[in-house]
Design a protein around this ligand. Structure first.
Ligand SMILES: Nc1ncnc2c1ncn2[C@@H]1O[C@H](COP(=O)(O)OP(=O)(O)OP(=O)(O)O)[C@@H](O)[C@H]1O
Length: 239
């Protein structure tokens, strides 16, 4: 259940989205309360990434996307980013020709309260050590940390994170988990797309299960102490 003590920041209702003629989201419904961490789980091609893209205005969509009381569904992408929503795409988007610090400084600041470079270096010590390394020389884990870090500098306080653990070693996944829990403690609100369910269960408040472009179930993380709930979730995910 949505924690009623937390005001809703994001309310997606009846969201449809399209790539050209291809209709990929079929009435998605999602709510994320202030300070919550909510995941989108589901098979490849279920529509998780497309949901994040539709929220950001990067693909054609209709339906309702209320964010902090404003309707985003008809807003262009550049205005949506300025509302304080930070998107970390699966492909990370690190510029190979720029070094770590140049990549870090690239996205424009959209809101007060963003992290300073010093704070970012405390959170991600690797990025300090690698400050002058070109993007191409960073490991997958360092690239992922950089992709998250540069959004934290912009002042965005609502994060859309797409598969931040994909292809990373367990020790790096653990570090990313520490950072995500710390961000939550600092009041960030996070919508996380994950294939790695064991990881998702260590950071999330609730999980939405996505199938064929719609939400088919919602499971609070606290319910996972019940083995029946775990096997229900596993059966959706084919674990
Ligand atoms: N650029 C694109 N052009 C056309 N169709 C696309 C494009 N990107 C995704 N799709 C289609 O949209 C549907 C939803 O894909 P989406 O990437 O949102 O799924 P996902 O749940 O994020 O899975 P994955 O983990 O594989 O990214 C799929 O049928 C996919 O083939």
């Amino acid at each position: 259940m949505l924690d009623v003590s937390k005001p809703v920041r994001l309310k997606v209702e009846g969201l449809n989205a399209y790539y050209g003629e291809s209709h990929v989201l079929h009435g998605m419904n999602i709510e994320v309360g202030r300070g919550e961490l909510v995941t989108l789980l589901g098979h490849n091609g279920a529509g998780k990434t497309s949901t994040l893209r539709a929220i950001m205005g990067l693909i054609r969509r209709n339906g309702s996307i209320r964010f902090d009381g404003d309707e985003l569904a008809r807003m262009p992408a550049n205005r949506i980013a300025r509302r304080g929503i930070g998107y970390v795409p699966e492909e990370r988007g690190i510029f190979a020709s720029l070094d770590t610090t140049e990549n870090l400084l690239l996205p424009p600041v959209v809101k007060d309260g963003g992290m300073s470079i010093a704070e970012i270096h405390t959170l991600f010590p690797n990025l300090k050590e690698r400050a002058r390394s070109p993007g191409t020389k960073l490991s997958g884990g360092e690239q992922q940390m950089l992709a998250m870090a540069r959004i934290l500098r912009t002042g965005a306080d609502f994060l859309l994170l797409d598969e931040v653990t994909e292809g990373l070693a367990p020790v790096i996944i653990e570090q990313i988990g520490v950072v995500i829990r710390l961000l939550k403690e600092r009041g960030f609100t996070i919508l996380l797309v994950e294939q790695n369910f064991p990881f998702a269960a260590t950071v999330a408040d609730r999980h939405y299960v996505v199938e064929s472009g719609r939400v088919v179930d919602m499971v609070p993380n606290t319910a996972l102490s019940n083995p029946d709930e775990v096997s229900r979730l596993h059966s959706y995910l084919g674990i």
